[in-house]
Write a protein that binds this ligand. Sequence first.
Ligand SMILES: [Fe+2]
Ligand SMILES: [Fe+2]
Length: 318
Amino acid sequence: MMMMMGRGGANRVAVLVAKGLGSEVGAPNKWDCWVRGVYGGAVRNGSTLAVSENNNNKENVVKEEKEVMSYWGIKPSKINKEDGTEWKWNCFRPWETYKADVSIDLKKHHAPVTFLDKMAFWTVKILRYPTDLFFQRRYGCRAMMLETVAAVPGMVAGMLLHFKSLRRFEHSGGWIKALLEEAENERMHLMTFMEVAKPRWYERALVITVQGVFFNAYFLGYLISPKFAHRMVGYLEEEAIHSYTEFLKELDKGNIENVPAPAIALDYWQLPPESTLRDVVMVVRADEAHHRDVNHFASDIHYQGHELREAAAPIGYH
Ligand SMILES: [Fe+2]
Ligand SMILES: [Fe+2]
């Protein structure tokens, strides 16, 4: 976290702490979750910088001692970037990074025609209601929390297709990988947003509850009707595009500070070093548009009386 804040937030906070404004920065306002995430944590880190560095050094020594243990002949892999510097992320590797296609049509919409389509459409619209009430215009928090839900369907569907492939001794058409890729991509959205917004205790509790309910509901829904399940995710993604568009508007109006992009985002989306939060929201929104297309496509395959494995999956299509 310190590393991320070091790109701008921590510097500014250090100045504010010196002026005795630390508590003012951390004061709640209408962007409470957002501001506390960007500056609140850095204030705490800034004021304990020397202690933290000492602790970090001690932790590094302990870690290095642990890393020597290699009984199984396995050593942590070290990867270098093209420029020769060490790759710092273990959660994803250089070959998993990509440049988002931001030219994708954001206005595409699947008009609900059948009863199932309408049910999927209105389920999403109804779910949007409490979400709007809870978050209102706190788009940073909203994005972070919704990504915890968005990463569920791909994992559930991928898992179910995996078991189906085992059970029926048949190929998957690449859909297991495609759907797990979607889940991973959504999780990376979460890893990115949690660098700039911090969940409060009741938001964490909400995530646990929602995950428990949504995982089981989607699991059952996918077993009963994959065409409905994929259509619903298609509509969820349409709503995500709308939310990120609103997020961009707030950034442009100056209601949300356009802080430097977190380091994890620079590497994951291969963004230039001077990129900002706005650039990150742009690429995340493009990802959501791709998820929209993939899920509506998957639903269409079912509607046409085919199984997913009969149409090659769009691999690497974020
Ligand atoms: Fe997402
Ligand atoms: Fe998505």
